[in-house]
Design a protein around this ligand. Structure first.
Ligand code: PRP
Length: 214
């Protein structure tokens, strides 16, 4: 029986998350990683990793299937999950932005804006706080296409390098917030597995600090 189960996001954050854990002494065997198995143990058997879609990390941790997880702030803001967030891992840095092929039209628009996004909650809160009426068009990927093809006036999406925006002729209208990946912890696990969780937070935090001051 592993001491801790850790949910990791498949995709662009996965390698950076594994590297942070390796710095904290939690290592996964390369052959196991290269396999298609979605649940694997670390080299000591003390930890078990489950690999899930980024948006599902908060779900597994909130329900206690995983004790901890690594997830972007963008996903956390979109999720309603009740989780502890003890550590900014300072990986997966990106921005959540409003972007459009016609930024000036969006800025001067006071009528109903059509907003395509994978982040309906963040979009609704952002425009709602300004009292601007919007129609949210929820998509699950390739969001940049929506305003180019006339499905929406703008998008709310994450930008990492800016390449996808640039190559689809979209410009940033405004930055909603910055995002980095966080360690999240289930509330019950934080109490019941206090020492193991605290040791992990300390070791991960040490790695973050060493990198920051390197
Ligand atoms: C994300 C995001 C942008 C892109 C930004 O999409 O939704 O499309 O990455 O990255 P960039 O600024 O480095 O170009 P993702 O790759 O997760 O795929 P998706 O469109 O299927 O959601």
């Amino acid at each position: 029986m592993p001491e801790l189960i850790i949910a990791l996001p498949k995709g662009r954050l996965q390698d950076a998350a594994l590297a942070r854990l390796a710095c904290a002494g939690v290592r996964v065997n390369g052959a196991a990683l290269a396999s298609r198995r979605l649940a694997i143990a670390d080299e000591t058997g003390r930890f078990r990793f489950i690999f899930v879609k980024p948006a599902d990390v908060p779900v597994y941790v909130e329900h206690g299937i995983a004790d901890c997880g690594v997830v972007g702030r963008d996903v956390l803001l979109e999720s309603a999950a009740d989780l502890l967030q003890p550590l900014d891992l300072k990986i997966g840095r990106c921005r959540i932005v409003v972007a459009s092929p016609h930024p000036e039209t969006v800025m001067n628009n006071f009528g109903m804006l059509r907003v395509a996004t994978k982040y309906p909650r963040i979009a609704a809160e952002h425009f709602g706080a300004r009292g601007l009426p919007i129609e949210i068009i929820e998509l699950s990927g390739s969001v940049e296409l929506a305003p180019v093809l006339g499905l929406s006036d703008c998008i709310v999406d994450v930008v990492e390098t800016g390449r996808t925006l640039a190559e689809n002729n979209l410009s940033i209208v405004e930055v909603i917030c910055e995002s980095t990946a966080r360690l999240v912890v289930n509330r019950a696990s934080y109490q019941l597995k206090a020492k193991t969780v605290a040791d992990l937070i300390r070791a991960l935090g040490e790695g973050v600090r060493q990198e920051t001051f390197a």
